[in-house]
Design a protein around this ligand. Structure first.
Ligand code: ZN
Length: 212
């Protein structure tokens, strides 16, 4: 049902842009694989929190905090691979926040007239992250599944409500100008999550984490 193979390059691209110089190649490889695995069929069904689907805003935020906790706990034990896996999972969910919720729309709505360029977006504006207007796309079966079949996409979109995953998601250039904002926010958020861990970890744990 829900495998989004076309999204994989976007997540890889964004993660590399944010973290490419911040980890060793072997660490990056594991982080990218864990990020990508979040879109496997097993992690799609019944896991709205991983993708901020179906209005799972609080659950998505909790999932990120949980994975951050796993990173720290893993670095306190001998291995390091499980820290990279947890961070890869975290980056996927943090990135999906911008493509699956209306955060970008809420951010843009603050500006009357000239809109700032995509790189100006603040990915963690508190008033928006806590806004009661923040919501994410509802998945409607089977129409949202048809959305991923290219020649059925327009048919599915014509029937889907505005609050659907299909109408709301911003995960490729086809979704128009808001995609650039969602992508820029996702890259900045990935850097933000890295820097947050840098503050939380001891220098020794941080060196082990980046493996540089
Ligand atoms: Zn996802």
């Amino acid at each position: 049902m829900y495998n989004f193979p076309m999204l994989i390059p976007v997540h890889d691209e964004m993660t590399l842009e944010a973290l490419g110089s911040r980890f060793s190649p072997s660490a990056l490889e594991i982080i990218l694989a864990a990020n990508r695995k979040q879109d496997s069929l097993r992690n799609q069904i019944g896991h709205d929190e991983i993708h901020f689907d179906n209005n799972a805003i609080d659950a998505g935020n909790r999932y990120i905090v949980e994975q951050r906790g796993h990173v720290i706990a893993s670095l306190l034990s001998p291995g390091v691979i499980s820290a990279w896996i947890a961070f890869g999972r975290l980056t996927h969910t943090a990135q999906d926040f911008y493509s699956h919720t209306n955060y970008v729309t809420l951010w843009l709505d603050q500006f009357k007239g000239a809109q700032p360029a995509p790189p100006e977006i603040d990915p963690v504006q508190k008033s928006l992250i806590q806004s009661p207007s923040l919501h994410s796309g509802k998945i409607h079966f089977p129409l949202d599944a048809l959305y991923f079949v290219p020649f059925l996409r327009n048919f599915a979109l014509s029937l889907l409500p505005d609050t659907s995953h299909g109408k709301m998601n911003l995960d490729s250039h086809e979704q128009g100008e808001k995609f650039a904002y969602a992508r820029a926010a996702a890259v900045k958020r990935t850097v933000y999550e890295f820097e947050l861990l840098q503050k939380l970890l001891t220098p020794e744990m941080f060196a082990k984490f980046t493996d540089l």
